[in-house]
Each structure stands twice: as C-alpha cells, then as structure tokens.
Design a protein. Structure first.
Length: 450
C-alpha cells in the first residue's frame, strides 16, 4: 500500500470548467489526468483545466493579488481577454531567460508585502520563480500556465542556476494550477512542440525506472509507470495520424504532461518522467551555461536525448553483445569533469556510489532480457516521426550541437546522477563505448538534410 498520498486531490473535469462562474470540483476518483492512475493521485494542488475559463475565474469578485509575468505572458493573457483588477499589483519582469539567484533577488523587492496571494503567468522559468518567491514570502501560489511546454506544474521544487550548475531546490507547490486551452493553444508552436517531447520521454524514463529497480532494487511503482504509459498512448496515436494538428491534440498533451507531473509526485521521485534522456538534456543545459549561451528549450533538449536513448535501446534489443570494457572510477570522473567542469565537486560521489552497488547488481544480460519482456518502446524511427510531426527538433545542428558533444553524452552523461539507466546497461553489455558511432548514426541526429 502506498503512503503519503493526499486523497484531497481536486482535479476538475473539462465540462465543469467551461461553465463558470462556479467551479465544481470532481471527486478524487474522477480526475482528468488521474484517470490514468488506478488509485488516487497525489497532488495537493487544485488543477483547473478547460477552455476559456480564465477570464471568469480571475474576473470574479475576490481579494487582490500580485500578478507576476513577463512581457510575453502578460500580453498573451490580455489577448484572451483576461485583465488584472484595479487593486491587483502587476509585476512585469521583461523577459527573464534563466532562473538564478540574482533574478530572485531582483524580483523580490517588486513583490509588495501585504498581498498574500501570488499569481504567476508563465512557463517553466516563471513557474519556478513563483515557487521560490511564494516560498520566501509564505504566499499562496496560483500558476497560470502560458504554454504546455513541460510537466513541472505541480512540483514543489524549482530548478535554479547556482554555481554554474542547474540544481533542483525545495520551494513550494502551487495551491492552484490553471490550465486554460485558450491561453495554452495560443502559445508559440515551439513551446508546445517542446511539451510533446517532454511528455513522450516518459516512455523511456519509465523503462529506466524499471531497469533501476531490477538492477539496484530502487523503489518502483508499476501502477504509476503504467499510468504514465497509458497517458502517452493517445499522444502517440495522435502524432502518428497523417492529419495531426497540434491544437486539436492540446487536451491530450495537457493530460499527458499532468500525468507525468502527478506520477513524479506519487512516486516521490522524478524517475517516472526523467531517465537517461533527461541526463542528456541536463548536459545540454550545463554546456550552454558554461558558454553563456541562451538556453535550449527543455523539451527540445529532451527530444535529442530521447533519440539517442531510443537508438541505444534498438541496438540492445538486437542482442549480440561484446565483452564490457570496465573503466576505473578515476577515468569516469576525469572524463565527466573534462566534458562538464562544473560537475567536478559532485562527480566523485556519483561515480563511487554507482560503483559501490556493482557487487550486488543483477547481471547485465539478465537486465537486457528483462527489458525485452517489458512494455514495448517506440523504435527510434517511430519516435523521430512523432517528434517531427510535433515540430520538435530531430537534428543536432538544429540545437547548435555537434557530434563530439553527443559522443560525450553517450560516454559520460550516465554519471551526472546516481541512478542506473540504459547508459549504464549499455556499458555493462559492451555496447558502449565500442558502438558509440553506430548509436549516433542510428539516432538520426546527424542526418544530412537535402
Ligand atoms: Zn522534463
């Protein structure tokens, strides 16, 4: 039996939300995204999802609040006819690119004391900024999602750049998440494409989660993994349809992103939504940070990671493994830190912790056999088709990255986090490092466009 669930989850069914002004909340057994989970889901946030309800929701008589956004998200809100009331305080941050401590310090003085409800309209960066500000001020937090680009809405954590690394810090979970199709559907196509990629990566993340449970006896919840997979089935079907249209699949995408967030909440780990493909995305983040480059959208980076991982699983599924070439701890640490120097402090701990478990780890060949009996993954060609259909990048060049970077990702990204993934399995099976070039070619990331 699971513990730590909050049965008071209040997800709203779509048909209720389209009928303001009074919101009816569903019973815990009838949540929209929760339909993918057998038991109750875990979020303590009230999640409102529907089409065109924001104006009624924010326009109703209420206490004033602080409305925090940037130039783009506040304008988008206005375009769908949602305006702050005269006694609200609107804080426009311009266009923040990255969430770091200076941004928090710059923003805090702009948030008046005395208003204890903070409403944030934005995507991932602004959401996380709101979580930190609300944490600092003890405010009630409402998130108005301006795009369906990632699945972190309900998480109580924030990703922040600190000391050249991007880390996750505890903040505060929103009390309410408002997902209005009218606003989300008007978001730039790139952002929605990123959401498709982030959602789809759940298939690979859940495979890694299962793998880690078999390899290292990491905690695993089959119901949650099954819920994630079921939430993604309609997304895959929509993307495989010749007549795919992102706007008509928006509700399916929102459901899948919510399911990913709820899965992480229910499992008390990011594992159901973050596997090896997210390690590649993290590496892209660190690479860009070190060079002062503008950040790639999270979902776009995840798309590239997913293509690498799908190619690797395809090759593992073929069998015919060579002898492994074990690397010493020092060699692994040295390789990672040469590639991503800001990992210097953390790398020894990660690598040594993983190596410590080698003595008790299940044999790689058994893990590969287990994987072949696990729920099927999309082959890399199918994934590339889905991503292309969604408008996500499928080449390294479109992300401004080269073959050397992705080669390093295959060889070193496994040690960015202390969690067993397909990268570790590939080394144990002798697929890596020997067949690195084959994986890169199969991923299609270096296809030449004609
Ligand atoms: Zn993600």
């Amino acid at each position: 039996m699971r513990t730590g669930f909050d049965p008071a989850v209040r997800l709203v069914e779509r048909e209720y939300v389209t009928n303001p002004p009074r919101m009816k909340t569903s019973t815990p057994n009838l949540p929209r995204a929760g339909k993918y989970f057998r038991a109750s889901v875990a979020s303590s946030a009230a999640i409102f999802s529907g089409n065109g309800f924001l104006a009624g929701f924010l326009g109703a008589p209420r206490e004033p609040f602080v409305l925090l956004g940037d130039a783009n998200t506040l304008a988008a809100l206005e375009r769908i006819g949602v305006r702050a009331q005269s006694n609200d305080v609107v804080v426009n941050l311009g266009a923040p690119l990255r969430l770091d401590d200076p941004l928090v310090e710059r923003t805090l003085p702009q948030i008046p004391r005395g208003l204890d409800h903070l409403v944030v309209v934005g995507g991932g960066t602004l959401n996380d900024l709101g979580k930190l500000i609300a944490h600092e001020r003890g405010s009630r937090l409402t998130l108005v999602a301006s795009c369906a680009s990632m699945n972190g809405w309900i998480s109580p954590n924030a990703s922040i750049v600190r000391g050249g690394n991007k880390i996750s810090v505890p903040a505060v979970a929103p009390a309410q998440v408002l997902l209005d199709d009218a606003l989300l559907g008007a978001a730039p196509r790139d952002l929605t494409a990123a959401g498709f990629s982030d959602a789809l990566s759940g298939l690979f993340a859940c495979r890694d989660w299962l793998l880690a449970s078999r390899a290292d006896l990491a905690p695993y919840d089959a119901d949650v993994a099954d819920g994630v997979r079921r939430s993604l089935a309609p997304l895959g079907a929509a993307l495989a349809d010749d007549g795919f249209d992102a706007s008509s699949s928006l509700a399916t995408l929102i459901d899948a992103l919510l399911a990913g967030g709820l899965a992480m909440d229910a499992a008390h780990t990011s594992a159901p939504a973050s596997g090896a493909e997210h390690l590649v995305a993290h590496a892209i983040d660190l690479h860009e940070l070190a060079r002062g480059l503008p950040p790639t959208l999270h979902g776009h980076a995840v798309a590239a990671g997913s293509l690498l991982v799908a190619a690797l699983w395809d090759i593992i599924a073929q069998g015919g493994f060579g002898p492994p070439m074990p690397l010493s701890a020092d060699a692994r640490i040295g390789a990672l830190c040469t590639w991503l120097p800001t990992m210097t402090a953390a790398a020894p701990f990660v690598v040594r912790a993983k190596l410590t478990r080698e003595a008790t780890r299940a044999p790689a060949i058994d893990l590969a056999a287990m994987a072949s009996a696990a729920p099927e993954l999309p082959r890399v060609d199918r994934l590339r088709g889905w991503l292309t259909c969604a408008g996500a990048p499928t080449t390294a060049a479109s992300l401004g990255l080269d073959r050397t970077f992705f080669k390093s990702a295959l060889l070193c990204a496994r040690d960015l986090r202390d969690r067993y993934t397909v990268f570790d399995l590939a080394f144990a099976l002798g697929v890596l490092p020997g067949r690195t070039d084959e994986v890169l070619t199969r991923s299609g990331l270096f296809a030449v466009c004609t």
